[in-house]
Ligand binder design. Structure first.
Ligand SMILES: Nc1ncnc2c1ncn2[C@@H]1O[C@H](COP(=O)(O)OP(=O)(O)OP(=O)(O)O)[C@@H](O)[C@H]1O
Ligand SMILES: [Mg+2]
Length: 138
């Protein structure tokens, strides 16, 4: 538990995962990377100007979220934040490999989940494909 990667999407479940991450990181003096993946734009009919504006807004929102988290994480020794764009699970798995995370933490559900019973598709994909331990916080 030296290097923890937390996947954070602002959902209630991710918020619980964030608190658990802080708890674990304080105990084990782990380095923590918190990442959020902004959605990709598939709306091909948008003109380039609209696309640029929307992408900038998405990016700014993600940055604001991450800044707030940085503030809350000040007590921890090392916290990095990462913002990516694309498929959430794929980007999280890629980053986990790149930073050589030995633990990925996610919430059980996210912002778009319809079912309270099944795992969200992002956390399910992560647990299927991760090369390290995964903690799914309920
Ligand atoms: N865009 C994202 N960026 C970072 N982490 C994410 C993102 N989406 C999901 N996660 C992580 O995965 C956890 C589970 O969310 P997930 O998206 O799998 O569930 P859901 O939204 O309920 O269902 P689904 O997206 O399959 O409809 C979240 O609590 C969060 O930790
Ligand atoms: Mg989701």
């Amino acid at each position: 538990m030296k290097k923890i990667l937390l996947a954070y999407d602002g959902s209630r479940s991710a918020e619980k995962a964030l608190r658990k991450t802080f708890e674990i990181a304080e105990k084990f003096h782990s380095a923590v990377t918190i990442m959020t993946v902004a959605p990709e734009l598939y709306l091909t009919e948008l003109v380039e100007v609209d696309r640029k504006g929307i992408l900038e807004k998405i990016r700014a929102d993600a940055e604001k979220t991450m800044q707030k988290i940085q503030k809350r994480a000040r007590r921890l020794r090392t916290v990095k934040t990462v913002i990516k764009q694309g498929d959430a699970a794929e980007e999280i798995l890629k980053t986990a490999k790149r930073i050589k995370a030995d633990l990925i933490i996610t919430g059980s559900h996210g912002r778009h989940g319809a079912s309270k019973f099944l795992l969200g598709s992002v956390s399910a994909k992560i647990i299927d494909h991760a090369h390290c331990a995964v903690l799914i916080v309920k």
